[in-house]
Ligand binder design. Structure first.
Ligand SMILES: [Zn+2]
Length: 339
């Protein structure tokens, strides 16, 4: 054990034994935006031995206000967030292992991603992915830590499958899209990100060091602008919960068709083809250069035509910017990338 962790070892909650448990642990961070950045950096500095970071997006200038892992250069070069985060972590702590997964986390890969993990941290921005994490983690009995932030408000809860209520016990259904504020309509400020991520990371450290008696066991809500901090007791798991009561994991069942999703706050739609293929950027660039502006790096190809911009990843997944209409995005995808 080296000098690096000396202050953390002095802390009685962790100590030498806790530190060595951290070094042997594996954590998955799903979504590496604001919350995910803060979680990844803290866990890396704390010496969690293996980090897996999954994110579907690339860095943009509007991320820099709150997504602390990224720099102006990452935005200029459009580095995928998972890769940018992993690169920075290697500069912070090269003694740990970090893996970047440039993927849209969905039913096809969630069970692979959580495999071998001791804890999963929620850094996503949508309920669909959270229910997916919840299903996979309850099914495989892996602890996970829900977290969300919008405006100056944030919320977090730690889920120990079959011991404490799961996300579905507490929120039976996702709030209707139009009824709840999103980063799109309400914005978000960095301090609430810091608060939520800090509580999530503290919970992860308690779990990984075996200090489960110190977990907060509540639904915690914060508003750093209205100065409200609340701790709600969620009670026991709901016996009729479809997920942890009946063990039905609907979100894990395969959907074979192509999948489109409107991205929160981005004026963009993501198209995931039903079958992943490997795209040859050089050839695609040759084809597209005749009709628009093309740039590519090792991870993604960007093509601009008129008011639209298509970003294509190696697995053929694409983010189409300039529209919130799934139909428009689908037709652009079919026209330029293929079907
Ligand atoms: Zn439940």
């Amino acid at each position: 054990m080296n000098e690096r962790y000396s202050r953390q070892i002095l802390f009685s909650g962790i100590g030498k034994e806790g530190q060595s448990r951290l070094l042997q642990s594996r954590a998955l961070i799903v979504g590496c935006g604001a919350l995910g950045s803060a979680q990844a950096e803290s866990l890396a500095r704390a010496g969690v031995g293996k980090l897996r970071i999954a994110d579907r997006d690339f860095v943009e200038a509007s991320n820099l206000q709150r997504q602390t892992m990224f720099t102006e250069r990452d935005a200029a070069e459009r580095i995928p967030k998972a890769v940018a985060a992993a690169n920075h972590i290697r500069e912070v702590n090269r003694e740990i292992e970090v893996t970047a997964e440039i993927v849209d986390v969905n039913h096809s890969n969630i069970e692979r991603l959580i495999r071998d993990c001791d804890v999963v941290l929620d850094g996503t921005d949508n309920f669909a992915t959270r229910y997916l994490i919840n299903d996979a983690c309850v099914k495989h009995k892996i602890n996970w830590i829900y977290g969300a932030a919008v405006g100056s408000y944030g919320v977090t809860m730690t889920i120990l499958p079959l011991q404490t209520p799961c996300l579905r016990c507490v929120f039976e259904m996702a709030p209707p899209a139009a009824s709840s504020p999103t980063c799109d309509t309400a914005g978000v400020i960095m301090p609430i990100i810091s608060v939520v991520a800090a509580v999530q990371v503290a919970e992860a450290l308690k779990m990984l060091t075996g200090q489960t008696a110190s977990l907060h066991r509540s639904l915690m809500q914060f508003d750093v602008w209205r100065n409200e901090w609340r701790k709600i007791n969620p009670g026991p798991p709901a016996p009729d919960c479809p997920t942890c009561g009946q063990l039905r994991f609907e979100t894990l069942e395969s959907v074979s068709e192509e999948f489109a999703a409107v991205l929160c706050g981005r004026d963009a739609v993501q198209i995931s083809p039903s079958q992943t293929t490997s795209i040859n950027f050089t050839e695609l660039a040759k084809r597209l250069r005749a009709i628009g502006e093309v740039k590519f790096n090792d991870y993604l190809l960007r093509f601009r035509t008129g008011e639209f911009e298509l970003t294509v990843f190696q697995d053929a997944r694409s983010i189409i910017r300039g529209t919130n209409e799934v139909a428009t995005a689908r037709s652009l995808y079919a026209k330029y990338i293929g079907n």
